[in-house]
Design a protein around this ligand. Sequence first.
Ligand code: BGP
Length: 475
Amino acid sequence: MTKSNFPENFLWGGAVAANQCEGAYDVDGKGLSPVDILPDAHHGRWEALMNPKDALTKTYDFYPSHESIDFYHRFKEDIALMAEMGFKTFRTSICWARIFPNGDDAEPNEAGLKFYDDLFDECLKYGIEPLVTIQHFDTPVALMTKYNGWEDRRLIDLYLNYAEILFKRYRDKVKYWLTFNEINMILHIPFFGGGMDLNGKDNPEQIKYQAAHHQLVASAKATKLAHEINPDFKVGCMLAAGETYPKTCRPEDVWAALQANREGYFFIDVQARGEYPSYSRRFFKEHGIELDIADGDLDILKKHTVDFISFSYYSTRLVSTSEDDKQTEGNVFATLKNPYLKASEWGWQIDPLGFRTTMNALYDRYQKPLFVVENGLGAVDTVEADGSIQDDYRIDYLREHIQAMGEAVQDGVELWGYTTWGCIDLISASTGEMSKRYGFIYVDRDNDGNGTLNRSRKKSFDWYKKVIATNGADL
Ligand code: BGP
């Protein structure tokens, strides 16, 4: 067996998000979350995502997240399976509407708080460190109706009030916090990222960047608050990462790639360096964006930067300025097909070396510890006659990415941990379906909501257990 490339105490684990696994959408006083009003991809998910107020008035036949994999009632069994794999950490999010059903209620909902107490206790029982996202595509729907989500500055205080409740309640149970999942996603999916409906608005870019400013200020204020409540807390930002390559060495392509990369860096430049990057001035001017910045905002951003940088990585992207090259829509990001890469069944291009490149680029730029909090392969799994699931394709994907990550560590990148996305099968964010599976743990549930919800171990389960046991040496 080769030597481990990973530091001692490396945090191996897996990630989920409340809105994609909990189900129990109206249980114990919970209010509506964005996913609760959306159908799956075959019944207009993207149309609904881009026009959520309209979706709210409609009734669909089936809402994938209403029951989801019922993690809400089955988390003990699920955490036990994660413990069996040897997880050191488990990333999940807190559903804001479980704690404040309307987002702006005077008092928090005790039943919601209790649920997360029980969940974190269960993790700690096995020595699993919870890693908690405060807002993962989960601004309560009521805040869209009343304020159009993060377009409204008042969301900052509502979020802080919510964050304060969490920091105090879980002060001794949770150490690692992420303020916003994939904060740059607000530019692409404003309803998920910011609880906003931009349909029919004539200045969507202005609104998106203003909302982003509100989130950046909220993130910095939450970081301040977290450190006051418990100086041991580690607060991170979270970026949907993945370098964009130029299609050719034509200088225009190289420039376009640099611009594309800045779209994501923009957020982390603020959260990790503490100020708007100099290039943003020109960008705002050319796009007619004028940020309304309140007194004290810039000071808060400057003083309360994050402790570490977390990110999701699924693939790289490719850009060209030639008229002949057509951008093809991936599920979320537009990209060209890279002829050197294979792709998943959903067209997400597979690029382990791009992972190493992305990590090096992030570390070079910020010199802060990194944490990979999402990575994995969405694939259709087949249950064999004997009940087994032979997901060698998933093992191959993860092996290559873990190898690349080990190389990045050897390149000098400081890396705290790795949580694979969807360690237990759950509802896909982009498709709303079960068939796009990422897990080591299979859940018997189909796209129409049929199935026993029974859990079983895939082949990758034992493989990942071995990876963790050997600190990434035996892949
Ligand atoms: C990220 C999100 C996750 C997750 C993942 C995979 O953008 O943070 O919530 O869903 O992508 O995407 P999908 O579920 O669409 O396959």
